[in-house]
Design a protein around this ligand. Structure first.
Ligand code: F7E
Length: 334
């Protein structure tokens, strides 16, 4: 007799990570449910996922969703995740990114009291929590010094996750993920902003790219590798917290150079510095040490910096060529 399929629930299911994770879990035979915000468009929808509507700032239907879908694992990836935007809407960010996590943890706790189901919970914690770093590389033991409303909200959610583990014995884990990118990355994050613009410049669709701080350094990995670590965390015997990173750091300037060089372009002819992209307080340097994840469940990243740039440039070049074709077929006067 066939065993019933495991059920997973993903919040932020149409985001970059949500879509890669959904594909991974469907491939493993899971039934996958996804939460999307009411206004979300069809971007990154994955065939086979059952989508539901919900709002992290509300949460009143979370228990009903758990009751209806009965997941064994819940991956909480949804957030207001843009760091610079969080300076403009700090209260909304605290509500959605911070309290939103607590709303899910409480829904899971109440659901367990009602049904006995022990849903395993993954919290999308962030390297932004390290902020003004006190040591490099950063590990699970490095103190936090958040530098944005977004990072403050993530620190709150991180501790709330641990508190639910300690106080109520929930199987709740923090994945402290360093920056992770892909062709599905939102276009306002710096890597995608750069690869998208460079590809459009290459085909003649734009001339300039406006950026902020080029000296910031990040530990950039590939999102497809990182969702595997999320799943592995929830398969362990004990809940715990893990850094997920490549261990390498590169500046925005290096990402820029690698991207433009790969297209035989000189970035200095196209990039303008624009004050509007500078942040009131910046995170200068991130580099993670993922030894604990490697030793605990054998996770290592497969895609390195150069391959990441190549994958993103290739995808954005296809997109730019398609855009050009459409512009040629549909003259502006129509
Ligand atoms: O900025 C600099 C900017 O917005 C990276 C989120 O997924 O990863 C992400 O946060 C760096 C910063 O990512 C522009 O000042 C320069 O130093 O791509 P980003 P982020 O802030 O590191 C972490 C792990 C998360 O958890 C977050 O949710 O690039 N930078 N010029 C710029 N950044 C942007 N966005 N746009 C620029 O024009």
């Amino acid at each position: 007799m066939n065993r019933p399929a495991r059920v997973a629930f993903i919040t932020g299911a149409t985001g970059q990570d949500g879509s890669y994770l959904a594909e991974l879990l469907l491939g493993k035979g899971y039934v996958v449910h996804g939460l999307v915000a009411g206004g979300s468009g069809p971007t990154n929808r994955v065939a086979g996922v059952h989508y539901h509507t919900g709002d992290l700032a509300d949460g009143t239907n979370f228990e009903a969703l758990l009751w209806d879908t009965r997941p064994a694992e819940l991956y909480h990836l949804a957030a207001q995740s843009h760091v610079q935007l969080s300076f403009e809407i700090p209260v909304y960010t605290a509500d959605v990114t911070g309290l939103g996590t607590l709303r899910w943890l409480e829904a899971i706790r109440n659901h367990r009291d009602r049904t006995g189901d022990n849903i395993r919970f993954y919290q999308a914690s962030s390297s932004e929590m390290f902020g003004k770093v006190s040591e490099t590389p950063q590990t699970e033991l490095t103190p936090f010094h958040p530098r944005s409303p977004y990072a403050c909200a993530k620190v709150f959610a991180y501790w709330q996750t641990i508190n639910h583990r300690e106080a109520y014995n929930l199987f709740a884990c923090n994945g402290i993920l360093f920056n992770h990118e892909s062709p599905r990355r939102g276009e306002t994050f710096v890597t995608r902003k750069i690869t998208r613009a460079a590809a459009r410049i290459k085909v003649g669709l734009q001339q300039t790219l406006k950026l902020g701080n080029l000296e910031a350094r990040r530990d950039w990995g590939f999102a497809g590798d990182y969702v595997e670590a999320m799943w592995l965390m929830l398969q362990q015997d004990q809940p715990d917290d893990f850094v997920i990173a490549t261990g390498e750091t590169h500046s925005v300037r290096e990402f820029l150079e690698a991207t433009f060089n790969s297209l035989n372009l000189d970035w200095q002819n196209h990039v303008e510095l624009d004050q509007q992209f500078l942040r009131p307080s910046e995170v200068d340097l991130l580099r993670g040490d993922a030894s604990k994840a490697r030793e605990s469940f054998g996770w290592t990243p497969k895609v390195g910096f150069r391959d990441l740039v190549r994958i993103m440039v290739e995808a954005d070049l296809l997109l730019a060529r398609r855009e050009l074709q459409i512009q040629t077929l549909v003259p502006e006067t129509v």
